[in-house]
Design a protein around this ligand. Structure first.
Ligand code: HEM
Length: 507
């Protein structure tokens, strides 16, 4: 009797395993992985990716050969690159719930205080609550509007600083000034004080250095993230020590800011900054997420990192494209100057009049998205896309840079032509998948409205106040990009600013 029972049980188990195997074989046979360049054993395709070059450009060129859904293997990490609007829609809309997680890497874990932030944390109930809380209290239209005076003051200060320090004679390093502008803006909105004074170069280096440290943590290549049992190499080559040191600096910076807020006697009528709001939420027991200082620091890191370089880099790319296309530069100047007249400044409530300026920005987002691969996603389950198998835990990169150059979506994609957006309903809000500089879906950028307003305000004041020219002896500017998650210009944008006399009254 016992042996019969044993035979039946063993047969059942064998049949179960056999069926499972057949099922898996069937799935594999029916749905192959997306095509991609052949890789080597163990390292896969890692040797084919030059991390020191423009990765999105390189992946775009590969996708021209292998298609809009392309497989790569980075060590043991199965990776898929999305390079068309249709495939992006499949990932970011139709299967958003499957593709809305983020991969966990060692640098990401450190920088996010162990997944306590919004941008880098994998999808979870905690992440949903945290994102909801921050969207409501930090990124809502009401909150963005409350910081309007800060943005205007900082932009007007930058314009005045160019007028007094550089105008007509010296070359302006616009890339650097824009970074100072946006880090001052974000610092005032988030921490209640400027990151620097324009004359205090030392402090600027401090904050800028910190940004670079955060980026280094995010982008650092560690063996342990790609090869099982190889973590000891990261210790031997000093990468882990560097990561710890960078994290310590960043953590001390945020802790100091929090301490200053906890110990300050701010008058009640003084404007709240984001640290004040987060500290208030920490004290409220009915808040959905129980906030600790680590949660607050993780969110501050997102705001600091997400809000500074993105907006500054966008304006630098728009100005680069305008200088390379003088007809567009003249047209946008005329539009802004006609709309504003002799008012002296462009304010946020003037921006709705500037239709061509908005088209110019969209065209720049198409050709130079500042987060060309958005932020990486990870699949939460297996899925079939375009007839191909996407296994669970696949790393997904959506290549916005490639999509902006897809001839299926864009006529003469290589030409900078803002007119294509005049009278067109295509926008960057995340529902037109041919233009997704802010991503889309559950993980789309929550700071879009803040970022977009900052870009429009800075750009409109720059073209309103100055006639921009190339420095003497320079006939063109390059469009080379630095490697990294944010596509900064490799060489800073250096221009001459000739003050335009509006016969102004300045409010
Ligand atoms: C021109 C300015 C900006 C651009 C182009 C931009 C772009 C992006 C992109 C492409 C993503 C990834 C979206 C995805 O995976 O689908 C993202 C996410 C994010 N951005 Fe922005 N961003 C900008 C400004 C800002 C600002 C001003 C803030 C905050 C102050 C911000 C905070 C964030 C956060 C927290 C996330 C993570 C969202 C999540 O994972 O749920 N961004 N941004």
């Amino acid at each position: 009797m016992v042996s019969l029972y044993l035979i039946v049980t063993l047969s059942a188990i064998s049949v179960f395993f056999l069926l499972n195997k057949v099922k898996r074989f069937h799935v594999k046979a029916l749905h192959p992985l997306p095509p991609g360049p052949p890789g080597l054993p163990v390292i896969g395709n890692l040797h084919q990716l030059d991390m020191t070059s423009n990765l999105s450009d390189h992946l775009w060129r590969l996708s021209l050969h292998y298609g809009p859904l392309m497989s790569l293997r980075l060590g043991h990490v199965q990776t898929v690159i999305i390079s068309s609007a249709e495939m992006a829609k499949q990932v970011l809309k139709n299967n958003d719930l499957i593709f809305c997680s983020r991969p966990v890497s060692t640098g990401q874990q450190k920088l996010s205080y162990g997944s306590k932030d919004i941008a880098l944390s994998p999808y979870s109930e905690y992440w949903r609550d945290m994102r909801k809380t921050c969207t409501l209290h930090l990124f809502s239209t009401k909150q963005v509007n409350a910081f309007r005076p800060v943005r205007e003051e900082e932009v007007f200060d930058m314009i005045d600083s160019i007028k007094t320090r550089f105008a007509n004679k010296h070359v302006v390093n616009l890339s650097e000034l824009l970074m100072i502008l946006t880090s001052n803006m974000i610092s005032r909105m988030a921490f209640g004080k400027r990151s620097s004074d324009y004359n205090d170069e030392k402090q600027m280096t401090g904050v800028h250095g910190l940004l670079l440290q955060c980026e280094a943590m995010l982008g650092c290549f560690l063996y342990r993230d790609h090869f099982l049992f190889m973590g000891w190499l990261d210790i031997l080559n000093g990468s882990m020590a560097r990561l710890e040191k960078n994290f310590k600096d960043v953590d001390e910076f945020f802790q100091k800011l929090i301490d200053e807020h906890v110990n300050s006697n701010k008058p009640n009528d003084m404007q709240e900054d984001m640290v004040d709001i987060l500290l208030k939420l920490k004290q409220e027991s009915d808040s959905t997420v129980e906030l600790t200082y680590d949660h607050i620091k993780a969110v501050l890191m997102n705001i600091f990192l997400g809000g500074t370089e993105t907006s500054a880099t966008t304006v630098a790319w728009v100005m680069t494209s305008l200088i390379k296309n003088p007809k567009c530069l003249n047209k946008v100047k005329q539009e802004v100057r006609n709309a504003i007249g002799n008012k002296g400044r462009v304010h946020e409530d003037d921006l709705y009049k500037l239709k061509y300026l908005k088209a110019v920005i969209k065209e720049s987002y198409r050709l130079h998205p500042v987060a060309p691969l958005l932020l990486p996603r990870e699949s939460r389950d297996r899925c079939v896309l375009g007839g191909y198998e996407i296994p669970k835990k696949t790393l997904i990169h959506v290549n916005a840079f490639a999509i902006g150059r897809d001839p299926e979506c864009w006529e003469k994609p290589e030409v900078f032509d803002p007119e294509r957006f005049m009278g067109s309903s295509i926008d960057y809000k995340g529902t037109d998948y041919e233009l997704i500089p802010f991503g889309s879906g559950r993980r789309g950028c929550p700071g879009m409205s803040l970022g977009a307003t900052t870009v429009e305000l800075a750009l409109s004041n720059l073209v309103y106040s100055f006639d921009w020219e190339l420095p003497e002896g320079i006939s063109d500017i390059d469009t080379l990009t630095r490697p990294g998650p944010v596509a900064r210009k490799k060489n800073d944008l250096q221009l001459v600013a000739k003050v335009y006399d509006h016969g102004c009254r300045v409010d």
